[in-house]
Design a protein around this ligand. Structure first.
Ligand code: GLC
Ligand code: CA
Length: 556
């Protein structure tokens, strides 16, 4: 397989609003990020992905952009940005920016013009339709609840918004839209020196001709089934590749809601000239139910293994995987896939990290994951800031589908704000995140779970992640080896192998707190332990895999 820096890299995602506040206004900012670059360097990550930092009215925390070439005032200035990227590059790291071009803010000048009248030169930058019998043009739902259509009085027509009504969808059919987007991207690469893009909901940019009604399945309610992987998406990405991406040495990852393995081979295929990799949603959909993610269902291990393994084996040699268990839209991975109780928190976080980082693909660490940060005990809806959770809370409780108490419970398990509480730096007030009042509550467990304590403890999750990241750099089999699942039906253990030429690796992870016996396969007799989260110096014959234990064996 051809080597590439982005295949060998580990990415760290920063949610700027919640990472580090430098000026006491309670909101994380660019100077705050710059002040913490040494921490990231020590962790050993290669790439920093920043959630959006562009000018935005913040209906969806920066995923609603009103100027793609300006910095959000709350986050700082363009000079702060220049200093930050210089600091990143000086330390040998790279910067990947979020690219949100399925939609803009309704306050973007293009939309301000577009909604004025039907003859406006920007009218066709967005998707406008006549109503049907006084109702929305079709049955599509917004991902953030309600219809995907908003009626606009000025011209007596509706515009499409797959997300909030302050996020109107751009019309990618219009070549002027594409030209504007590509020239903005070229500016960030050529003038600002960024190293790549994470492309927000890029699988949704091509809408089906005629915008037909969708089936009323749960996915369709979220606009995915009708809009994901539309007929021209690959054509658009190939054009983007030709006009922008191919001119620089970038890392590109597409957030691809609704993507299947077959589709991923097109988006991220080695010879397709589109993107380097995509984020799929299959493993984070396993604990969903009839009201989408709003349930208390746990992820079934056997299904989880099947999903991860299918992606591992089917993309091997054809396309590249991105590996993630958490991001700013998902609850904390430790609380969701593991066990965040004080007794098992540390060992379990290390197990989950091992399970993910030993796979083929590029791993993503979400801020605080390296500390074992947990979900937040939100007591009341007034503490929640995320419009997705707030809308669903009202819509589902008012429709009598889920009680308010149950909704609060589901929000504590699945709400996006679990990942958005401030980064826990130390045990001082507000976890050292701000000297002011934080924009969202700090998790009360910060006195125990924080970066300062983790750095000082050589057995911490932080230092274990540092080791996982360092191992990947010195061990090509971790990056390029072929993957095979063992024990597919085992309900507690996740066991897989990697192989590259003569080398073989065995990864054993116990996803439960009950110890389980396991017989090490014959071919691993005499193998050495590469990394483990318990004190164990050998593993041969029949072993007892302890609570949330992870063992990686290497046979040369
Ligand atoms: C993506 C982002 C999410 C945002 C949505 C709309 O899913 O990750 O945070 O709300 O797109 O832009
Ligand atoms: Ca600030």
């Amino acid at each position: 397989m051809e080597r590439a820096w982005w295949k060998e890299a580990v990415v760290y995602q920063i949610y700027p609003r919640s990472f580090m506040d430098s000026n006491g206004d309670g909101i994380g900012d660019l100077n705050g990020i710059t002040s913490r670059l040494d921490y990231l360097k020590e962790l050993g990550v290669d790439v920093i992905w920043l959630s959006p930092i562009y000018q935005s009215p913040n209906d969806d925390n920066g995923y609603d952009i009103s100027d793609y070439q300006a910095i959000m005032q709350e986050f700082g200035t363009m000079e702060d940005f220049d200093r930050m990227i210089e600091g990143i590059h000086q330390r040998g790291m790279k910067l990947v920016m979020d690219l949100v071009v399925n939609h803009t803010s309704d306050e973007h000048p293009w939309f301000v013009e577009s909604r004025k009248d039907k003859e406006n030169p920007y009218r066709d930058f967005y998707i406008w339709r006549e109503g049907k019998d006084g109702k929305a043009p079709n049955n599509w739902g917004s991902y953030f609840s309600g219809s995907a259509w908003q009626y606009d009085e000025a011209t007596d027509m509706y515009y499409l918004h797959l997300f909030s009504k302050k996020q109107p969808d751009l019309n990618w059919e219009n070549s002027k839209v594409r030209e504007n987007v590509f020239s903005m991207m070229n500016w960030w690469c050529a003038e600002k020196g960024i190293d790549g893009f994470r492309m927000d909901v890029i699988s949704l940019i091509s809408k089906r001709p005629g915008l037909p009604d969708g089936p009323k399945t749960p996915e369709a309610l979220y606009g995915y089934a009708d809009c994901a992987n539309g007929p021209r998406v690959h054509e658009f990405l190939k054009e983007m590749n030709q006009e922008v991406l191919s001119k620089y040495d970038l890392m590109t990852v597409g957030e691809a809601a609704g993507v299947t393995i077959e589709e991923a081979k097109r988006y991220a295929g080695f010879n397709e000239n589109e993107l380097n990799m995509v984020f799929h949603f299959e493993h984070v959909g396993l604990d969903g139910g009839k009201h989408g993610k709003w349930t208390d269902k746990r992820v079934p291990l056997v299904e989880f293994k099947k999903v991860m393994s299918d992606w591992q084996t089917e993309l091997d040699g054809k396309a590249w995987n991105s590996l993630y268990l958490s991001n700013h839209d998902q609850p904390r991975s430790l609380s969701r896939f593991g066990d965040d109780s004080p007794q098992y928190r540390v060992v379990c976080a290390k197990m989950l990290g091992t399970c993910l980082h030993m796979m083929q693909g590029t791993p993503y660490v979400y801020q605080g994951e390296e500390l074992g940060m947990t979900n937040m005990p939100f007591a009341d809806i007034s503490e929640v800031k995320d419009l997705d959770s707030i809308n669903a809370y009202h819509e589902l409780s008012e429709a009598g589908l889920i009680s308010k108490e149950d909704m609060m419970c589901f929000i504590r398990l699945k709400g996006r704000d679990n990942a958005r509480t401030p980064m826990q730096w130390d045990d001082s007030e507000n976890a050292g995140f701000t000297t002011g009042t934080p924009w969202i509550g700090v998790n009360p467990n910060y006195k125990e779970i924080n970066a300062k304590a983790a750095l000082a403890d050589e057995n911490s999750i932080f230092h274990y992640y540092r080791k996982l990241i360092a191992l990947r750099k010195e061990t090509p089999i971790i990056v390029y080896g072929h993957y095979a699942l063992l024990e597919p039906d085992h309900e507690s253990l996740y066991v897989y192998t990697r192989s590259l030429e003569e080398q073989k690796m065995l990864v054993i992870c116990n996803f439960t707190k009950e110890p389980v016996d396991y017989v090490i396969p014959e071919e691993f007799s005499g193998a050495k332990i590469l990394i483990t989260n318990y004190d164990r110096d050998e593993a041969k014959g029949t072993i007892e895999v302890k609570a949330y234990e992870a063992i990686v064996l290497m046979k040369e």
